[in-house]
Design a binder for this molecule. Structure first.
Ligand SMILES: Nc1ncnc2c1ncn2[C@@H]1O[C@H](COP(=O)(O)OP(=O)(O)O)[C@@H](O)[C@H]1O
Ligand SMILES: N[C@@H](CCOP(=O)(O)O)C(=O)O
Length: 307
């Protein structure tokens, strides 16, 4: 029976000012997914982790994606999926996106690579819709493309792969859960024109900085006047750890996806580790457990590790 094993990376969506349109793959943490093509039409999902995610096909993000692929491609085959999840759900590191993108890419490989990347994103978005109520593609896209991606449009799907600057990433995960759906619920529906103008400038500057490896411009552009002021209240000590990170030499950073994770970009590994240690020590003062990953921008995205 045809099978494939995938290493599926965590992703940092929004990249501060690019709400729902920018995202970046990192190396750590990652999920491992094993997919098998079945002669029968059933879709079986198993988790080896203890996050308590549903294994009922229609209630599982990966299962939802595979059901849509089976339905729309009129497949007779089913799939068996074993998910070794290490990206904690609700972390802000693209946990549901990893399941969704891994299911789409794995199924595509088993079916003989019949789908384009855009078509894989189309199917994977049904998984994100299950997890957060919205078909956002800013975690799925860098997971599938690798590196940093700009979503010009998600309907129709129009993706601009960007450069992957040689930068270190501190991904700090306080052990509090912030559901993506909740973190979207609290957002304002209308914004001031002056804030929109400032945000457009930040996004344009960030994309230009990424494309030109202009780390100073990247740092100056990692600002958000629309989403971060609302969501940062969900993350204890956010302002303190952000200010101290900049003081340690971070280029900039902010909320990872919908939070609670916080990320910082820096030019060297030593600064990245110092930021991680500082963040953990700040959280020890409020007795909240936390994890920190020091990684890099991951130009590969999902990798096939066994066939
Ligand atoms: N594979 C999955 N199957 C079903 N539900 C999931 C799955 N992964 C995450 N969820 C649900 O979606 C919610 C949001 O998780 P998620 O989008 O993964 O957060 P984040 O992307 O911030 O890590 C979680 O609270 C969890 O209940
Ligand atoms: N653009 C989305 C990204 C959600 O990322 P996640 O990693 O928290 O799922 C949002 O900000 O709602």
């Amino acid at each position: 029976m045809k099978k494939v094993k995938l290493k599926v990376p965590a992703t940092i969506a929004n990249l501060v000012c690019g709400f729902d349109i920018l995202g970046m793959a990192i190396h750590e943490p990652f999920d491992v997914m094993e997919l098998k093509l079945l002669e029968t039409s059933e879709i079986i999902i198993r988790h080896t982790d203890d996050f308590g995610l549903p294994e009922e096909t229609s209630k599982n993000v990966a299962g939802k994606v595979l059901l849509k692929i089976q339905e729309e491609l009129n497949l007779k085959n089913g799939f068996e999926v074993i998910i070794h999840k290490k990206i904690k759900p609700g972390s802000g590191l693209g946990s549901s996106a990893a399941s969704a993108a891994g299911a789409a890419l794995g199924a595509n490989w088993l079916l003989g690579n019949i789908l384009s990347k855009e078509e894989m994103i189309y199917f994977a978005m049904f998984g994100e819709e299950l997890a957060s109520g919205v078909k956002h593609a800013d975690n799925i896209t860098p997971c599938i493309f690798g590196g940093i991606t700009l979503i010009k449009s998600s309907d129709p799907i129009d993706i601009i792969p960007l450069n992957a600057p040689d930068l270190f990433v501190t991904a700090f995960h306080p052990q509090v859960e912030v559901k993506t759906s909740d973190a979207r619920q609290i957002l304002k529906k209308n914004i001031l024109l002056k804030d929109a103008i400032e945000q457009w400038g930040n996004i344009a500057g960030l994309v230009a900085g990424i494309q030109n490896n202009d780390f100073g411009l990247i740092g100056r552009s990692l600002k958000d006047v629309i989403v971060e002021p609302v969501r940062s209240i969900l993350i204890p000590k956010f302002d303190e750890i952000k200010e101290k990170s900049l003081g340690l030499g971070a280029l900039g950073g902010g909320i990872s996806g919908s939070g609670p994770s916080v990320f910082m970009l820096s030019e060297n590994e030593k600064i990245s580790y110092e930021i991680a240690e500082m963040m953990k020590s700040v959280y020890r003062t409020i007795n909240i457990e936390s994890f920190a990953y020091v990684s890099k921008v991951n130009p590969k995205g999902i990798e096939i590790i066994e066939k």
